[in-house]
Write a protein that binds this ligand. Structure first.
Ligand code: SF4
Length: 482
């Protein structure tokens, strides 16, 4: 069974931005993995635009090729190695081309990447992008260049990202970097370092700039947005030692949400990714208070078994997760919920697997991202636990989980038949150039005939049909938010 990957549309596509006059060098940049990587690539493109680079979608004509890599599963790394082979072939017809690897795989492998992949000239970790101009000088002088130093305070808050391959409607705005949670299966704390929050002022400035440019929706981004806490740049783990003044003037995630919602009442606001162990009720009340904060929460639970959650070092139980879901449904009825699940984690029994299926039945998520456990070098699980679940059992359990999710997705789309939903038009439908595609506040995709509407419009759509993943309907007029 094919594993469900995040955001199929943009994986690996080289995205471009409008050319800057006077820039003569060409950058080909492609990204893999989570939205954090796509957001980082926009920061990298901004830094390199100041170094004379315009982006290109033509690999063959690139002076510099950068691949922003993911290390979350072995398959993600194999994908990158295949791309490097492709670059190798192109380098024969474009010998001056330089190649750099960015992101989590670069951070995990460090200098070893240069030994393992001869085509690679430069290895840059997620916290070292500001050093790119210096590293490029070394490469231009014929030396390999590496910077994989992780930072305790870098948030790139002073860099104005340039939007790559954008539709001019939705944009990603990062609010935290790194993660302190140390889930035993996860590489992120090792590849992205300690958790740090970005200055709310620089976040508000970035959203204001996007609003001026006509963007209609922002997604506030972080590995774990619920633990956002700004108190002058200190790390969350040191908050106890903060001064009374710092504590009194600190900005929490719910406060940041309210600040953005109030400053831009016409802007749709989403956020990702939440964490059940850090999510607080005030975030839910803030979502309920502001119409422009979308009623959808991506809330990974990974496993429905409290014993496995403990092995994963997830700081919540099955019961606590279900209580949080009850709280969400109480404060935000009709909230769209999505999940992440890992099946086949070491020592997982059939009973643990049934706990996952029964929790899915209890919540009935709108959609989710479901994976077989992939042992990651250097993680606690890899060090302490044998990857003991046979591949065929992992596959069978994943099939059952994906089937259950399909049923629950269809349950929600069918419940929407006959209803009227507000849709922000994002692009042309993938399946028909006579139809627009957008999402409702619950993050469900809605498709309907174009008529005289255009991308960026908020439209009220009557749902007349559906698939398990998509709502299909007819526009009945503009939304009052248009
Ligand atoms: S919360 Fe856990 S799974 Fe998520 S990024 Fe942090 S360590 Fe990884």
């Amino acid at each position: 069974m094919e594993e469900k990957v995040i955001d199929e549309t943009k994986q690996g596509q080289s995205l471009t931005l409008e050319a800057r006059k006077g820039n003569t060098r060409k950058l080909f940049i492609e990204s893999y993995g989570c939205q954090m990587n796509f957001s980082d690539s926009e920061i990298v493109a901004s830094i390199l635009a100041n170094e004379g680079f315009n982006t290109t979608t033509q690999l063959e004509e690139a002076d510099l090729v950068l691949v922003n890599t993911c290390s979350i599963r072995d398959k993600a790394e194999q994908t990158v190695r295949k791309r490097l082979e492709k670059y190798n072939a192109v380098k024969r017809i474009n010998p001056g081309m330089k190649v750099g690897v960015l992101g989590c795989m670069a951070e995990r492998l460090k200098e070893k990447f240069l030994d393992e992949e001869k085509i690679v000239d430069m290895v840059v970790g997620p916290d070292a992008y500001k050093d790119l101009p210096n590293l490029l000088k070394e490469v231009d002088e014929g030396r390999d260049a590496v910077n994989v130093i992780l930072s305790r305070d870098e948030t790139y808050g002073d860099i104005s990202p340039v939007r790559l391959g954008t539709n001019g409607i939705n944009a990603l705005v990062s609010i935290t970097r790194g993660c302190d949670n140390m889930c035993t299966f996860c590489v992120v704390p090792f590849t992205r370092g300690r958790e740090r929050s970005r200055d709310p002022l620089s976040i508000l400035n970035e959203v204001a700039d996007l609003a001026k440019k006509g963007f209609k929706e922002v997604t506030l981004l972080g590995q774990n947005v619920d633990s956002y806490l700004w108190y002058g740049g200190g790390l969350k783990k040191d908050f106890k030692k903060a001064s009374e003044m710092e504590k009194a003037t600190a900005t929490s995630f719910s406060q940041l949400l309210a600040m953005v919602a109030e400053a831009h009442p016409k802007m749709r606001i989403r956020f990702s990714t939440s964490n059940p162990q850090d999510m607080t009720e005030d975030v839910l009340h803030t979502m309920a208070k502001y119409d422009n904060i979308c009623n959808s929460i991506h809330l990974p639970f990974q496993s429905g078994s409290t014993r496995i959650l403990k092995e994963m070092n997830r700081q919540h139980t099955r019961e606590e997760y279900m209580q949080l879901i009850d709280k969400i449904n109480e404060i935000i009825p009709e909230c769209g919920l999505s999940q992440d699940i890992i099946t086949g984690f070491p020592t997982e029994t059939e009973e643990d697997h049934q706990d996952t299926l029964s929790l899915m039945e209890y919540v009935k998520f709108n959609f989710g991202f479901m994976f077989k456990y992939s042992e990651r070098p250097g993680t606690m699980a890899a060090r302490k636990l044998e990857d003991d679940i046979p591949e065929e059992i992992k596959k069978r359990r994943l099939t059952e989980i994906v089937d259950a999710q399909q049923r629950h997705s269809a349950y929600h789309t069918n419940r929407s038949l006959g209803k009227v939903v507000e849709v922000l038009i994002e692009r042309e439908s993938k399946k028909s150039n006579a139809h627009w595609s957008g999402r409702n506040p619950q993050n469900l995709v809605v498709v309907f005939p174009k008529e005289d509407y255009k991308p960026g419009d908020f439209v009220m759509v009557k749902v007349t049909d559906c698939t398990s993943a998509t709502l299909i309907g007819e526009a009945i007029g503009y939304s009052e938010n248009n």
